[in-house]
Design a protein around this ligand. Sequence first.
Ligand code: PLP
Length: 479
Amino acid sequence: MKIDSHERAAMECAKEHALAYLDSLDKAPVNATVSLAELRRRFVHALPTEGTDPVTIIDDLAVGVADGLIGNAGGRFYGWVIGGGLPSALAADWLTATWDQNAGLYACSPAAAVVEEVCGEWLKDVLGLPASASYALVTGCQMAHVTCLAAARHAVLSRAGWDVNRDGLGGAPRIRIITSSEVHGTTTRAAKLLGIGTANIVMLPSDAALHLTPDTLREALARESGRPTIVVLQAGDVNCGAFDPFPELIALAHQANAWVHVDGAMGLWCNAVPAMRHLLAGAEGADSWATDGHKWLNVPYDCGYAFVAHPQHHRAAMEHRASYLLHATEVRDQLDWTPEHSRRARGFATWAALRELGRAGLADLISRNCRQAHDLVTRIGALPGARVMRVPIINQGLVRFLDTSTSATEGDHDRRTDAVIAAINASGEAFFTGTTWRGMRCMRVSVSGWRTTTADVDRAVTAAAEVLQLPTLEVCVTS
Ligand SMILES: *Cc1c(COP(=O)(O)O)cnc(C)c1O
């Protein structure tokens, strides 16, 4: 039976809205301009009794959300760390939704399982990870941490003679996580989800280069030397993109029988660029790694990757068997490696993105975004009333805006910084977000979108210059 005209019309309608949206990205404001009250007025209604024609629904949705979307699919977005979607990855993602595969088991979608196998191998290759590592495609780096740290928990507790799968954590030796002050909050959250607890996270101070130093780690490891220990290192921290010195730190951790996990949400991608590979030297010696597909690889949300050097612990932490399922023996059933049961076939978009870029295109994307971040930070930081706080090591850097009155305090500079960020965003020309770094408010500059051009960078610098020339910053917050 062919699809009927209503169904076809709904898909055509969605396609037209999608293309019109992509066409508008260069001109439309990057920020959302609609108020919360107006969004609620449009959407918050009682659930209707009668159904509605699909085309009307898609039209209503596209029109209703338009000025409430943030333009991170475009080239002028530098907030948080949010990449766009490469054309083939976006198109493959449309098909993924259309095919509606449950990619938990080979039996549920043989094609999805095999495409994920290819993704796993390609990703280990481009990220410089051991070919023998196991992998999982998950929803983001957060769940990649949970997956990797679940494997770590299994490993460090089995070394202490404890079976966490059978006996849980009650009465188990208390695991500790040792990391640096640059750690991302998703590691803390993974520790909570896994029952490790935030009181068991030791956050060591990093040095001026934002590195965890071997001396600091050595001392911390020695403090309770018998305790099951996981060391979490940074490959590109979220504010400045700093990389821990892997060879020394991993050797120390392994001497102490600890598991080493690397947060490489952004930084692992630097392996794609030969001239940046030194940043990751030694990282391949860790026990697990987490990164994102939806940030720098420019796969649509949501997509992250977990890798584990010890497949037996990864599998022991995730494996799932049930008599009604159909478990494969010759190929990989994804649910043996992922925290989810039923799941989206994320491999299709990842496979498409990696093919669209190829090794050369990926290297070009990574190095181009790093150059653009450097230009944004140094050019905006050179404007009157601005100060460069951190030149990017890779694709993130920090700028602070100063209150120029003579008696200005750090608090005044903090307020000025937040006001300048809000005013740049209100211009619709570029979008940045703030952070508190070493006690000071700063504007984060993060570039990870494939669409960003030199002209986009120029527009952001111009927007910042115009804001800095305004006599006062009265940012109007609509509600
Ligand atoms: C974004 C980010 C995460 C979390 O990734 P999600 O994809 O948002 O789950 C973890 N670590 C770092 C360094 C990040 O930048």
